[in-house]
Design a protein around this ligand. Structure first.
Ligand SMILES: Nc1nc(=O)c2c([nH]1)NC[C@@H]1CN(c3ccc(C(=O)N[C@@H](CCC(=O)O)C(=O)O)cc3)C=[N+]21
Ligand SMILES: [Mg+2]
Length: 309
């Protein structure tokens, strides 16, 4: 029996997975790769981030991405367009970035305003520059097991790295992913299949999500509902990865509002073997993998071997 299941109630024995520290290390490795690319090949990887509209939360993320991009020595190109920008105009910008040799990675911040077809925008990005891994070509490569030629979506890849670090070999483990989005749930399932897990995707029509989770050695919560996964859904000793980032209503007027995940953390940490916190878990990994993907993209585009991380 695991430590967690034998400890007194309220002891909170789960290992708290430090995604922030892991991401910092990963960014350090990316910075060394960038140095090597500059020295050996005169290549400076470049990442273009496109934001349409003035959503406050999106602006914060985009600023943070840009800062971390320059911190690892890469070039950051930021394009902020007014909310009323037409689809054609955005597609034109994407095409210009596709043919710009200084730009190796393109990220169009989602969600886009309603009048823009985001699928069309994503599928206009050159798959080789699609550092989000959202293009249908990259989704197809991942689904067919051609992972070495794909761009892998940042959040699922970050979760996989944390799981590999925590568990090592995942062969035969039961993994339940709560949520079936194209951005997280589906690619996460593919990556865990590639790890030889037995994978279940649970979603809003699943008959008994709690029962599915109770069978799982690994639970990945990616539904976008605050504290949706409860502590008594978790098998003692299981590893819990919380992808959710939900800002709760401020408790006092003018307050900032607490950030919570898709897992009821205080409950789940009493039962789990290991769990990611929010903030400081998966979020920082997403950005670190984005930078790593940009290096990978730059190397492939230049036809040079990727330096060791
Ligand atoms: N094309 C596209 N690609 C994305 O990858 C993408 C996107 N659109 N739209 C928005 C979401 C959200 N996202 C986050 C990345 C990092 C943190 C992150 O670093 N969070 C920190 C701090 C959170 C905070 O304090 O607000 C943490 O969890 O510790 C959060 C959220 C990427 N997204
Ligand atoms: Mg769903």
């Amino acid at each position: 029996m695991s430590q967690a299941s034998t400890s007194p109630a309220g002891a909170g024995q789960a290992t708290i997975i430090d995604g922030k520290a892991f991401a910092e290390k990963l960014r350090g490795g990316v910075a060394r790769q960038v140095d090597a690319l500059k020295a050996r090949h005169g290549i400076t990887p470049g990442l273009a981030v496109v934001l349409v509209g003035e959503d406050a939360a999106s602006q914060v993320y985009v600023r943070s991405k840009s800062k971390k991009t320059t911190e690892v020595g890469m070039q950051s190109f930021q394009h902020t367009l007014p909310v009323e920008t037409g689809e054609d105009e955005l597609l034109d910008l994407v095409r210009r970035l596709n043919s710009d040799p200084q730009v190796h990675g393109i990220l169009v911040q989602l969600p886009l305003p309603k009048h823009i077809d985001s699928e069309k925008v994503i599928d206009t990005i050159d798959p080789a520059k699609d550092v989000d891994g959202f293009h249908v070509v990259n989704a197809g490569r991942i689904a067919t097991g051609a992972l070495d030629r794909a761009m892998i979506p940042c959040t699922p890849r970050g979760c996989q790295m944390l799981l590999q670090d925590q568990l090592g070999d995942m062969s035969g483990k039961r993994a339940v992913i709560v949520g079936r989005s194209n951005i997280v749930g589906k690619p996460m399932a593919q990556l865990l299949l590639a790890e030889n897990c037995t994978v279940t995707i649970a979603h809003s029509r699943t008959r008994d999500i709690a029962a599915e989770c109770r069978d799982a050695d690994i639970v990945v919560a990616a539904v976008g509902k605050p504290e949706f996964v409860r502590g008594d859904w978790i098998k003692p000793g299981a590893t819990v990865i919380d992808v959710g980032i939900n800002r709760l209503e401020p408790e006092e007027p003018g307050g900032k509002g607490r950030l919570v995940g898709d897992v009821a953390f205080d409950e789940a940490k009493q039962v789990a073997g290991a769990i990611t916190p929010v903030p400081g878990g998966v979020g920082p990994m997403t950005i670190a993998v984005l930078l790593a993907n940009t290096v990978t993209a730059a190397c492939r585009q230049a036809g040079v071997e990727e330096p060791a991380r």
